[in-house]
Design a protein around this ligand. Structure first.
Ligand code: SME
Length: 152
């Protein structure tokens, strides 16, 4: 996919996200709808959210795709690292990422975007691809903008 084609899909996605995000409901419905919206444009292998729970672990939330790991500790895997470092992590080849948690053997690249409430990470958006090198700075730019729209 060209950079321009990707940008156009994301611009449309942002418009649709603004239309469906409902500030009157909890995170469950909004993140479920965002998964559906992302997948309607990109058809990734797996797209979902993990939330920091009361035991200070990442707990599986709404997602689209095959069944996934339910709990991830702080600093573990790509998700736990993005949480710990409070920054987006792009992994071109998950087999080269030390500590990668393989929920699915089919996944080959991944992006994890932390979601903040103030200074604190409250959740992460995780997207997996069966292709290598799927995600780049364009995905990071738009997905960071996208998750900022979520009311927490
Ligand atoms: N690969 C992730 C685990 C979550 S699944 O990909 C859905 C990780 O290393 O944190």
């Amino acid at each position: 996919m060209t950079k321009q084609a990707k940008q156009e899909l994301y611009e449309q996605l942002l418009i649709e996200a603004d239309a469906v995000i409902d500030s009157n409901i909890s995170w469950i419905g909004n993140t479920a709808n965002l998964c559906a919206l992302i997948q309607s444009h990109f058809q990734h292998w797996w797209c979902g959210f993990y939330f920091v729970n009361t035991n200070n672990q990442l707990e599986l939330g709404p997602f689209v795709g095959p069944v996934a790991c339910t709990l991830i500790s702080h600093g573990k895997g790509v998700c736990g690292t993005a949480w710990k470092e409070q920054k987006t992590i792009i992994v071109p080849d998950v087999h080269q990422f030390e500590g990668h948690i393989a929920c699915s053997a089919a996944s080959n690249s991944e992006i994890v975007v932390p979601i903040f409430k103030g200074e604190t990470t409250v959740a992460v958006l995780d997207i997996d691809s069966v292709e290598f090198n799927t995600f780049d700075e364009t995905d990071q730019y738009y997905l960071e903008r996208l998750v900022k729209r979520l009311p927490f």
